[in-house]
Design a protein around this ligand. Sequence first.
Ligand code: DAH
Length: 334
Amino acid sequence: MEILNAFNEFETSALNAIAAATDSESLEKVRIEFLGQKNGRVKDLQKVVGTATTAEKPAVGKRFNEVRTNVTAQLDAKLEQLKSQAQKAASDFDVTLPGERPKIGQLHPITRVITEFRELMGRFGFTVVDGPEIEDERHNFEALNIPEDHPARDPLDNFYVACASAAAGGPVLLRSQTSTVQIRTMETTKPPIRIVSLGRVYRPDTIDATHSCMFHQMEGLMVDRHVTMAQLKTVLSLFARSFLGPDVEIRFRPSFFPFTEPSVEVDMKWGNSWMEIGGAGMVDPNVFAAVGYDPEEYTGFAFGLGIERFCMKHYGVDDIRRFYENDMRFLSQF
Ligand code: DAH
């Protein structure tokens, strides 16, 4: 019977659409398309039933019911299947598995070393003070006994940021050393003094694996009656040992700085080699005079250490530029 083709076609395309549905929403669309009360394709089938002759009617009516029941049953079965799949997927989620930790970042290696240095020096009775990074010539040079014609004052070796007449306070520059903070402290404080100051310094050096035009120093100053070089040596040795372990050795080599007399360069023995870590010495009487201290009454020692040096050695970093590149692959190692 030709008329029955319409039923087969309806049934086949409905069952295919049901099989293709992947979730309950797409399945609901299939239901509406085929069995929808208003415009479902089942309405067309009903019309087909109406066109059957009296002789055909029983068979056609039977087939119509069969097809509709079958499609309805398949829809219900598929819905059940999709529901139980969704439940299973939900129960597959294991709440006891370790989650993915959000990255919260960490302190920069230089910041860590600075924090540790502050703590160590604090235990030796040194107070932490800060000073400005933009300085005048008095604090960066003059009061530190660095004469006008000294090569350290060459404009090409410093970052001058403004020229100004003496009346307007003179030129200003990015400080080239933290020794400026010695002067600022002594100008406002009477002895005894025991301070450290940690911060950035700037020099227009050619940048390479061990030089940067910005780096960090730790400045130390102790002033009192009867301060000696032996105390300087003790403080620096204890400091180095506390940071790096009991086997670290310290060595002083005679040197020259305008603000100390005598002056020394400080080396540290790490494994088999000596590494220069900074300068130090007994505060020059001219420096005391510049801040109004009586050089006959007080003596003091001062030191300035390069923080990057310690940091590179401590963390095994062979290129100073790595610290400033903001490369997460490098920074997240620490
Ligand atoms: N300011 C010196 C520099 O940057 C380091 C230094 C040497 C600091 C001797 C001192 C010192 O306090 O006494 O090279």
